[in-house]
Each structure stands twice: as structure tokens, then as C-alpha cells.
Design a protein around this ligand. Structure first.
Ligand SMILES: [Zn+2]
Length: 186
């Protein structure tokens, strides 16, 4: 599931409307009177809000929605592997700032700093990871590499997975997991 820009970044409501800028036509004016959208006036800047929450009055734009989505993450677990190498796993708790890497019987634990977590979130945002599809599957191959990533949040967890098919940022993601853990991840 991708980031829903329309969802209120303060109260989580979907009872929201877009904000329209510029001189409204008469029809647009009537529609705004009916509450279909809000008129934002003629002045618009890159930081102008694009959405208005009917429930709490909060206003935000796409960039705010993306930042908010990453701030809501509490932790993540990434697993990749296949025959005969077995699975590599990295589990990171963003709040406790702990990373556990494991492969077969081997396991390795690292304490992270808050700036490590900040950098990780920045990198994940750069990889656009929350907008990856839920599933990547190459239907014509029998075996090979499978992977899954689960993000822990206060609400429902977010899951991504794949078999022999990967998002285009996959190699960079594996590199990030190697950098964070100091261990193999492939
Ligand atoms: Zn709201």
C-alpha cells in the first residue's frame, strides 16, 4: 500500500478535501460552497498546503504526508534468501535503537544511535520504500531469491514481498542493510 496523501497527518481522518488555488470559476466557487474543496486564494508557493481536514482543520501538502508516513514507523524486519545460502535477516527497532542481524544459526546485535536511525529513515525515504508495491513476483521461475520486509507501526503493519522480482531500488536497499549491520545481506 502506498502513502495516502489525502489522509490527515494530525488526526488520521480521510474526511478531507483538496485546496484549490487561483481565481475560481463560478462553477468552482459553487462547488467550494458545497464543500467539495477549499479555495486557497491566488497566492501559491511550494510549501502551500494541498489538503484540508474537515474533522480537525489541519492543512498539509504531499511532502508533509510523506514525512509523516516515515515518522510513524516503529521498526522494520527485512528477510532475503534462497537455496542454498539460507536467509539473511535484519530486524531494527527504531525506538529501542537496536539492530539484530541473523543468518542461519549466527546472530549479531548492535546498539544504534538516534542519528543512525535518523539516517536510516532518510535513506528509506530516498529509496521511496513505502511506495513500493506490496508484491513483486516473477511468475516463470521455479526457485531463487525471495524477500520480505515488514514495517511496524501503531496501526496495521505494512508488508512488502517478492520472489525473483525486485523493485528497482532493491540493490541500494541491500547495500543499506549491509551498511547498517556490517554484515552480509543478499
Ligand atoms: Zn484531521
Amino acid at each position: 500500500m502506498a502513502i495516502n496523501h489525502r489522509k490527515c497527518t494530525r488526526c488520521g481522518s480521510l474526511n478531507t478535501m483538496p485546496i484549490m488555488y487561483g481565481e475560481p470559476s463560478y462553477e468552482a466557487f459553487l462547488e467550494s460552497e458545497q464543500g467539495k474543496f477549499k479555495l486557497g486564494g491566488c497566492m501559491v508557493s511550494p510549501t502551500s498546503p494541498e489538503y484540508h481536514c474537515r474533522e480537525c482543520g489541519n492543512e498539509w501538502n504531499r511532502e508533509d504526508a510523506v514525512t509523516h508516513a516515515y515518522e510513524q514507523l516503529r521498526g522494520m524486519k527485512a528477510v532475503v534468501g534462497g537455496y542454498p545460502d539460507g536467509n539473511y535477516e535484519v530486524d531494527i527497532d527504531f525506538e529501542e535503537r537496536k539492530l539484530v542481524w541473523s543468518h542461519e544459526e549466527e546472530s549479531h546485535k548492535i546498539e544504534l544511535t538516534s542519528s543512525d536511525i535518523e539516517r536510516l529513515l532518510y535513506e528509506l525515504k530516498w529509496l521511496n520504500i513505502l511506495n513500493w508495491r506490496a508484491e513483486y513476483v516473477e511468475p516463470f521461475s521455479m526457485d531463487g531469491t525471495s524477500w520480505r520486509i515488514e514495517f511496524r507501526r501503531d496501526g496495521r503493519n505494512l508488508k512488502k514481498r517478492g520472489v525473483n522480482d525486485f523493485p528497482e531500488e532493491w540493490k541500494e536497499f541491500c547495500q543499506l542493510m549491509r551498511n547498517m549491520s556490517g554484515k552480509e545481506f543478499r
